[in-house]
Ligand binder design. Structure first.
Ligand SMILES: *Cc1c(COP(=O)(O)O)cnc(C)c1O
Ligand SMILES: [Zn+2]
Length: 392
């Protein structure tokens, strides 16, 4: 039975490793068996149980879960958002402080089901930490391949979980594909950014939004996009809810990128069907700085089917949005702040026609403390004897 189909060219495949790619290079996507009458709930708080009608048949195992998902959806007000109901899906409260944990949990269960005892990824940021944490939780032999120029600040939050960390010299995009190619000889399950179970994990963001809105879908969902795995998963989740007749419509998807690295945006706005490598990428939004996104072509295809669009936001707007979110109580990393910057820009362009907008806050600001340099600290020095003067 065919269980997987290429999101790019539509070819069917058995995806024997769990993380294979199509012969065309595109990502293989799990073919869900959606029936009328399929149900979702927030009853147990465990995404594999609550959403099992829509997820692959993986065996629930609480001993390898870290309590991923079930994140808050919280309203956000501000002068720049006037006229819209803006809700923030706060993924920063996941076990390793980004949405990556949802997908990592499912890839881990898939790896165990397929008999792998080695787990790994190619990443330098949130995914590396997530894979390292879940590998440690399950006691698997875990490897993280990073590029040779990774700063120490980014390595420590990965090494703390105790995986094998290898700095690899060479081209980073090549490393992504090479890891998959060599995985069979190494016996490592590579939980890379857009593998099928990761995309299934991101579907659960859509399910939660739907339930948190009282079984309704928002008009727009704005997603900071790098490899494209997350936005593909969220859109797939809403689409499957429609297939199950739980909703008649699906939200318009908006992929936001930083102007300093916007290969998907460039391709979409120029009407191309494939992304081209973005040369000399440079942005503070490191978590979305992939110059040649592996799911880029599939995202272009998905956006056209969905009626969605792309937007790119500038550095100054990203930093300001990060500050504005913090002043409202949400400390996210610059990559995630793009989702607020995007609303403002789209509003100015007059491109938002609905009323309910959900922005995905993909990861925590504490993951990237050097961005704090952009926000000057305001501290008052005062002696203990003159506290009165402070509050006068
Ligand atoms: C991984 C990540 C993204 C991008 O997600 P993709 O699935 O690669 O498109 C955005 N923001 C944060 C914080 C991330 O960690
Ligand atoms: Zn293909």
């Amino acid at each position: 039975m065919t269980e997987f189909v290429c999101a790019e060219c539509g070819r069917e495949s058995d995806n024997s490793s769990g993380f294979d790619r199509c012969v065309c290079g595109g990502p293989l996507e799990y073919l869900s068996l959606i029936r009328r009458g399929s149900r979702i709930s927030l009853d147990t708080g465990c995404l594999l149980i609550d959403f099992s009608d829509f997820l692959p048949p993986l065996r629930y195992d609480s001993s390898v879960s870290l309590g991923e998902g079930r994140t808050p959806l919280i309203s956000c007000e501000g002068p720049e958002l006037e006229g819209f109901k803006v809700l923030l899906k706060n993924e920063t409260v996941n076990p390793t402080w980004s949405f990556k944990d949802r997908g990592t949990y499912l890839t881990l269960l898939d790896a165990i089901k397929r008999g792998f005892s080695r787990f790994g990824t190619v990443s330098t940021g949130n995914m590396a930490a997530s894979v390292a944490a879940y590998g440690a939780r399950a006691g698997l032999d875990t490897s993280v391949l990073v590029s040779a120029d990774i700063p120490d600040e980014k390595i420590r939050p990965i090494t703390v979980y105790g995986p094998r960390v290898a700095r690899v010299k060479g081209d980073y995009s090549d490393l992504f594909y090479k890891s998959i190619g060599s995985a069979s000889s190494w016996g490592v399950y590579f939980s890379n950014s857009d593998v099928s179970m990761r995309v299934e994990g991101s579907k659960t963001i859509a399910f939660e939004i739907f339930l948190q809105l009282g079984e309704k879908v928002p008009d727009y969902v704005i997603v900071p996009t790098s490899s494209g795995g997350n936005i593909r998963g969220i859109e797939k989740g809403f689409r499957e809810l429609r297939e199950a007749r739980l909703t008649e419509r699906t939200p318009t998807m908006i992929a936001v990128q930083a102007s300093g690295c916007s290969p998907i945006h460039q391709a979409f706005q120029n009407g191309r069907e494939s992304v081209e490598r973005f040369h000399n990428p440079s942005t503070i939004a490191h978590a979305i700085e992939n110059p040649l996104p592996p799911s880029g072509n599939s995202v272009l295809k998905m956006l056209r089917r969905n009626g969605g669009t792309t937007i790119a936001v500038d550095e100054e707007d990203i930093i300001q949005a990060q500050q504005r979110l913090a002043l409202r109580g949400f400390f996210v990393q610059p990559a995630s702040a793009t989702s607020l910057a995007a609303i403002e820009k789209l509003k100015k362009l007059g491109s938002l026609n609905g009323s309910t907008v959900v922005s995905i806050l993909t990861g925590s600001g504490l993951k990237y403390p050097s961005a704090l340099d952009k926000h000057p600290a305001q501290v008052i020095d005062v002696s203990i004897d003159s506290l009165d003067s402070l509050f006068r």
